[in-house]
Design a protein around this ligand. Structure first.
Ligand code: ADP
Ligand code: ZN
Length: 219
């Protein structure tokens, strides 16, 4: 099963991905996580991408397409994948369409996570991420705090506020989303597998996705 999650930063794509991953045993592919790992490893891709990421700008399409092409060719993608944070531009969506048709793959589900902007801002400013790259647990100081402040419940590493989660960077990321990524809703709207999850609750989004899959006969 091949799934795309669309939605602004803070719309809950990561959480919905994890639910789908557990339910269907397919891999989550987050271009943001891959890029952060590249930055951490101080690779050429990481060094090139970091300034864009810190500012809340998109990393250029050709870099992203190379990452995705390589990732989709790996064995664990054979059963399917959940794309989280990709595609983010019309050009990436076109590139993905090409990659998938070359491999004889089809899309089973495109979910748009539709969340009001005030909720996005409050979620992003209160978000904390585990600093351990192998864990990456996500917390929220308001709705999902760690048991001990600043310490990951799962692995004990410090939790941090990402550089791109300061108020200024967040505003910029939301502007970038509106300008570059929101047009993807219209790009996919007419596909049979498109569903708009008009909900600010992650559980509701997951249920909408499951209902759509059932309706399409995919599960
Ligand atoms: P978000 O929380 O905004 O969904 P991500 O973890 O998906 O953040 O991405 C973090 C940063 O990595 C983005 O702000 C952007 O700079 C870069 N990035 C991730 N995915 C893409 C993509 N598909 N195209 C361009 N840039 C990307
Ligand atoms: Zn952790």
């Amino acid at each position: 099963m091949n799934v795309i999650l669309l939605g602004a930063p803070g719309s809950g794509k990561g959480t919905v991905s994890r639910l789908l991953e557990e339910r269907f045993g397919i891999v989550q592919i987050s271009t943001g996580d891959i890029l952060r790992a590249e930055v951490k490893a101080d690779s050429a891709t990481g060094r090139f991408s970091e300034p864009y990421m810190t500012k809340g700008d998109l990393v250029p399409d050709d870099v992203i397409m190379n990452i995705v092409e390589e990732r989709l060719a790996q064995k664990d993608c054979e059963k399917g994948f959940i794309l989280d944070g990709f595609p983010r531009t019309i050009s990436q969506a076109e590139g993905l369409g090409k990659l998938m048709s070359e491999r004889g793959l089809k899309l089973d589900l495109v979910v748009n996570l539709d969340v009001p902007e005030d909720i996005l801002i409050s979620r992003l400013t209160s978000r904390r991420t585990c600093s351990n790259p192998d864990c990456h647990a996500i917390y929220n100081t308001i709705s999902n705090p760690t048991k001990i402040e600043g310490v990951c419940d799962k692995c004990g590493s410090p939790t941090i506020q990402r550089d791109d989660e300061t108020e200024t960077a967040i505003k910029h990321r939301l502007e970038t989303y509106k300008e570059k990524t929101a047009p993807l809703i219209d790009f996919y709207r007419n596909e049979n597998c498109f569903v708009n999850a008009d909900s600010s609750e992650t559980k509701g989004v997951f249920e909408t996705a499951m209902a759509k899959l059932a309706m399409a006969g995919a599960i």
